[in-house]
Design a protein around this ligand. Structure first.
Ligand code: OSB
Ligand code: MG
Length: 371
């Protein structure tokens, strides 16, 4: 069935996080999220632009992404006939970077295609291997180690299958040692968000003794070669996040043995088509993947659940319950996690949840309709 987008409604929503989230590049307390609603034949598909409020994780940020979608992506997508959603990414391929802005639109069209076909999004993307997905949590840098231990204890008690702690110089080896001492047998990993250089290899090697599942993105956001050099010196597998924006990057990283694991984030790679390519390539090379998060609202969270049903998503992802982030989510029902640390995959068409339009109106800071 050909798809033609008649209207795109861009919204920026403003929502406070239940608890601040701190990484090596800064602390977030309030989110400004762009939602993309694409409309065809009276049916709406939804996407989320997963960038942060500042250009610190990567170059994208809310205000720039708004302009990219409004001025560059939307005009290329509106009133064009697509055979399927997989064609959408090509329409913005002339734009350098800005993959999250482009990916927010791309993912919305996948959701729309699923709804027009009356099938769940996971089926539309060729997933469905798992009826429930395995969940981990990402725990930000805290004000003190006791506070971190308390948070971990709470999340372990809630059933989460894997704990990720954020690290940075000055909050690394000693902190992880304390965590390991308090929780000798949990599945544990650390994410540095590019805070180190190859000159820190000795320090990072000290983490080997704590039997982490992986160390995520220790070195620069664009540095695959140095990650290969570091991986050769570490026992702990490196997981790449920021470095992998395209299937070509994944190919280079695998060829150079720069990582043993890949974190796939839908927005970071520009949407489902590229995510599927990276997934398939990693699977062919026996590199496990998992689904990363970007403090998404329910819309992005629902997309991540669909993505996580692909067969090579064999490690618990950073896809967790709505209530860890939001007092009230914009989807209904909110995403919930079972005591076994799983999310059951919805069966309804599209991403499988209802957008709560009343609450959406309440949190919308700006809105623009493009035709
Ligand atoms: O590197 O995985 C990351 C959040 C914001 C920016 C970067 C990252 C994260 C997380 C995420 O770790 C988590 C989540 O959505 O639960
Ligand atoms: Mg990361």
């Amino acid at each position: 069935m050909a798809i033609q987008i008649e209207r795109i409604v861009l919204r920026e929503i403003a929502m406070p996080l239940v608890h601040f989230f701190e990484t090596s590049f800064g602390r977030t307390t309030h989110r400004r999220i762009i939602l993309v609603e694409v409309v065809s034949q009276g049916v709406s598909g939804w996407g989320e632009v997963t960038c942060g409020e500042n250009p610190f994780y990567n170059e994208e940020w809310t205000d720039a992404a708004w302009m990219i979608v409004r001025n560059y992506v939307a005009p290329r997508v509106l009133n064009v006939s697509f055979e399927n959603a997989a064609e959408v990414a090509d329409r913005s391929a002339h734009i350098r970077g800005h993959l999250m802005a482009r990916g927010g639109v791309e993912a919305a069209v996948w959701d729309l295609e699923a709804r027009l076909n009356g099938v769940p999004l996971w089926e539309q993307i060729g997933g469905g291997w798992f009826k429930e997905i395995a969940c981990g949590v990402s725990i930000g840098i805290q004000d003190s180690v006791p506070q971190l231990l308390q948070t971990i204890e709470k999340e372990v008690a809630a059933g989460y299958q894997r704990i990720k702690v954020k690290i940075k110089p000055g909050w690394d080896v000693d902190v992880v040692r304390e965590v390991r001492r308090a929780f000798p047998s949990i599945r544990l990993m650390a994410d540095a968000n590019s805070a180190y250089t190859l000159a820190d290899a000795d320090r990072l090697r000290e983490l080997d003794e704590f039997h982490l599942m992986m160390i995520e993105q220790p070195l620069a956001h664009d540095e695959i070669v140095d990650h290969a050099a570091l991986q050769a010196q570490l026992e702990t597998p490196i997981c790449l996040d920021e470095c992998i924006r395209t299937v070509h990057h994944a190919e280079q990283a695998i060829r150079l043995q720069a990582c043993g694991i890949i974190n796939i984030k839908l927005g970071r790679v520009g949407g489902f088509r590229e995510a599927l390519r990276i997934h398939d390539l990693a699977q062919a090379h026996s590199i496990p993947v998992w689904c990363g998060g970007m403090l998404e609202s329910g819309v992005g969270r629902a997309h991540n659940i669909a993505l996580s049903t692909l067969p090579n998503f064999v490690l618990p992802g950073d896809v967790s319950a709505s209530k860890r982030y939001w007092a009230r989510d914009i989807i209904s029902p909110p995403v919930e996690v079972s005591p076994r640390g799983t999310i059951s995959v919805p069966e309804a068409s599209g991403f499988g949840y209802e957008v709560d339009r009343d609450y959406l109106r309440h949190v919308t800071a700006r809105e623009e309709t493009l035709t």
